[in-house]
Design a protein around this ligand. Sequence first.
Ligand SMILES: Nc1ncnc2c1ncn2[C@@H]1O[C@H](COP(=O)(O)OP(=O)(O)OP(=O)(O)O)[C@@H](O)[C@H]1O
Length: 392
Amino acid sequence: MSDELDSYRAKHYNSDDPIVRLLEEKIESLTKELEKLRQDLNWYKGELEKLLAPPYIEAIVLDILPDGKVVVRSSSGPNLIVNVSSNIDIKKLKPGTSVALTQRGSTIVEILPEREDVYVKSFEVVEKPNVHYSDIGGLSEQIRELVEVVELPLKNPELFREIGIEPPKGVLLYGPPGTGKTMLAKAVAAESNATFIQVVASEFAQKFVGEGARIVREVFELARRKAPSIVFIDEIDAIGAKRVDMGTSGEREVQRTLMQLLAEIDGFKPLDNVKIIAATNRIDILDPALLRPGRFDRLIEVPLPNYEGRKEIFRIYLQKMKVDGSIKYDVLASLTNGFSGAEIKNACTEAGYIAIREGRRYITMDDLVKAIEKIRAKNNKSKSTERSEKYV
Ligand SMILES: Nc1ncnc2c1ncn2[C@@H]1O[C@H](COP(=O)(O)OP(=O)(O)OP(=O)(O)O)[C@@H](O)[C@H]1O
């Protein structure tokens, strides 16, 4: 057939003939259209394949066996012993590697990019916090204690083994809001060259049954992987308060999470290279089980700064700002009785704004006095609102 066509074309072909040119243009555009349709068809086939393909199961490698099989913890729950697909380099598999299993869960078909559990992502992991003891005012006694029970054991566990004393596994920092508890935890992590893992206990209280306990497990597995590390649990009263009744499922979930936390703490030895620091504004409502020996058995109070502490905190912030020669630190300390460190910092920032509003590039004593009055007025207002709400 194609020979006859070729010989017909050879005899009659006339490129000047307008019909021939028209036909050739038509053929060219149809050929392009056909090519485009072929590409679209392949794309749709690929999409259809993805849509119809059963989902992979995510898993974490726990161990590699001598026979080349791998033990994984699948996200669907059980531990499995699985094969490794030939396109996977088994040397790239190590405990903690995230992998994808076939739908039947029998074979590792893909190595997933390194990531922490999505829940753990909701926690802050700071390899090296940028807070130092010198940034903290009025808490020298608390710093000394943290150096003794956290920094030294992390940096020099042998010293404690040799002498034969066990430092506490958990330290509880307690005191009013804004007094420097989080700063202290970050500073001791920075000075100990430890990874700082900050969680807010209310993050543990998840809405799905068992999720809180799972998050606790993930956080402590992360802490072991990144050791030496410090797990800092802020607002621990969110899960560690005395339980009055186990009526609601939410209360039971919180209790399960607390039990998991206690199990994790009990699972550590005092000289392991993971330390746990918790913070609370409400030590009075904590479950005594948390404070039992071997858990948070070192309590460090972090109170509002006294006169000298307030002077120190003002110096820390004002030395980083442009001020004129009128600053009197003793007067500032006298005007801020009852202020927390956070409120003193806010007063310095507010004084900066007052100077800017008045068109100046430096802060005066008058700016600071006005700022202190503004913050005290705001505090009094919020306290009176609190009181009135209490009696509503
Ligand atoms: N003693 C202090 N020295 C210097 N700055 C302080 C001090 N206390 C608080 N601050 C300032 O207040 C801010 C809040 O402090 P921090 O978060 O450590 O308080 P906290 O006690 O953990 O508060 P909360 O109990 O509300 O979590 C800090 O970022 C810091 O700037």
